[in-house]
Design a protein around this ligand. Structure first.
Ligand code: FAD
Length: 402
């Protein structure tokens, strides 16, 4: 029994995604990891099952689901395979700047193929010198007639090498610092844009993480999202929302690791008995289950808060309140909950997956069992979309009102 009451529709969604994930994703997880292979076949399955545009409003061809429903879907996929859960999660990350900051014409142009999953989208903010301090980005976008000319580079961009469309953050006025950052939609194939390298990673090995370069890359001015200077608030408004998705991914990894450890503890015999009969391991399993259930409560609560905050913002916009990118900034309480969920669930995933390996003994250290992959995959959830140190800063600053 969950501590969080889901509606019948939400429970049905969980069941549907669970069946897809267990039947189609789980059997491929080890191979995707071993071959460091982008899971194009799983992308195709998710397209067919309409799992690629979960958060896109129906008017643009998406499923129109809220953050809680998206979290449930990502959790169930990550329970089977973290790399595959990035397919819908990174779509949401890449498309949100268009949804929050784009004009009606821009939304109609780019969102439908992203919502159907025909096109992949990536979010390009991080640079070699600008990670946690994203505002320190150095990529420039110089206006030249009816185009902007992009120069610079990005690092660690998930799906950057396979995306058809990328939301790119670049400075149109370096003297203004974060206030001079603007956001652009860049279509793959634009001259001057290329992938120079893919990372060889500890985990999520099937998910391509790209280093990108822009050399005199000309982007039409009509591809700018919002006004010049709207880029940084747009990036933050996006990440405040998508952190809950990473929290859900971490929750799925933790649940998957707990499932595997529980099954192993029932079957593995030592000293003439199943190892699950030993109190030392029972206490470990009980602690793992508590971590998972506590994470689930916090993740779902954060998502429910995000859904309420989004509805309040939509109502204000509809009533003619302040328009523009800044109107999408979330209230501090919701931002904090999102940070708490990401931080807690990813720390829980790391602990639970590590303990799952321990419960497997030597077998857990081999690729014959999924828990070593889950342990490697869990690590990234403590790092990307804002490290857990940065999440703790967000939480502490809200507490201290600083
Ligand atoms: C696999 C992968 C996929 C990624 N996908 C994307 C993507 O799709 N798009 C994108 O834009 N980015 C992406 N990233 C980038 C990711 O968000 C950054 O790596 C992350 O924000 C940290 O930045 P950094 O790596 O430069 O570390 P740094 O910022 O250099 O941090 C190094 C260490 O210092 C700590 N630290 C930094 N500042 C503080 C502080 N003020 N107080 C306390 N501790 C601090 C950090 O917590 C960390 O432990 C991805 C990264 C990886 C590894």
């Amino acid at each position: 029994m969950s501590l969080f009451d889901l509606s019948p529709e939400q429970q049905a969604l969980r069941q549907t995604v669970r069946e897809i994930a267990q039947a189609r994703v789980a059997p491929r997880a080890a191979e995707i990891d071993a071959k460091s292979e982008f899971p194009a076949d799983i992308w195709q399955v998710f397209r067919e099952q309409q799992l690629m545009g979960l958060g896109v409003p129906e008017v643009y061809g998406g499923a129109g689901l809220g953050y809680l429903e998206q979290a449930i879907a990502v959790e169930e996929i990550a329970r089977a395979d973290t790399t595959s859960s990035l397919l819908p999660a990174v779509q949401e990350l890449g498309l949100l700047p268009i949804l929050l900051g784009g004009s009606e014409a821009q939304k109609q142009r780019w969102l439908p193929p992203i919502a159907s999953g025909e096109q992949l989208v990536a979010f390009a903010l991080t640079e070699p010198g600008a990670g946690s301090d994203a505002a320190a980005l150095r990529t420039t976008a110089r206006r030249d007639g009816d185009h902007y000319v992009l120069n610079g580079g990005k690092r660690f961009i998930t799906h950057g090498s396979v995306a058809h469309v990328l939301t790119v953050f670049a400075s149109t006025d370096p003297a203004k610092g974060p206030r001079g950052v603007s956001a652009f939609v860049l279509e793959a194939g634009t001259p001057g844009f290329r992938t120079v390298r893919l990372e060889d990673k500890l985990g999520i090995r099937g998910s391509p993480t790209a280093e990108l370069v822009f050399e005199d890359c000309r982007v039409p001015a009509t591809n700018r999202l919002g006004e010049e200077g709207d880029g940084f608030p747009l990036a933050m408004a996006t990440l405040d929302r998508t952190r809950a998705g990473i929290a859900a991914q971490a929750l799925g990894i933790a649940q998957g690791a707990l499932d595997a450890a529980t099954a192993f503890a029932r079957e593995r015999k030592q000293f003439g008995a199943a190892i699950g009969t030993f109190e030392g391991l029972q206490f470990m399993l009980a602690d793992m289950a508590m971590q998972v259930e506590a994470a689930r409560g916090l993740v779902y609560r954060a998502c429910a808060a995000l859904d309420e905050a989004e509805a309040a913002i939509a109502a204000k916009l509809a009533a003619g309140g302040a328009q523009g990118v800044r109107a999408h900034r979330l209230d501090a309480a919701t931002q904090t909950l999102s940070a708490m969920a990401k931080c807690f669930a990813s720390d829980a995933a790391m602990r639970v997956a590590t303990d799952a390996v321990q419960i497997h003994g030597g077998y857990g250290f081999t690729r014959d069992y999924p828990v070593e992959r889950m342990m490697r995959d869990a690590k990234i959830t403590q790092i990307y979309e804002g490290t857990n140190q940065i999440q703790r800063l967000v939480i502490a600053r809200a507490l201290l009102d600083m």
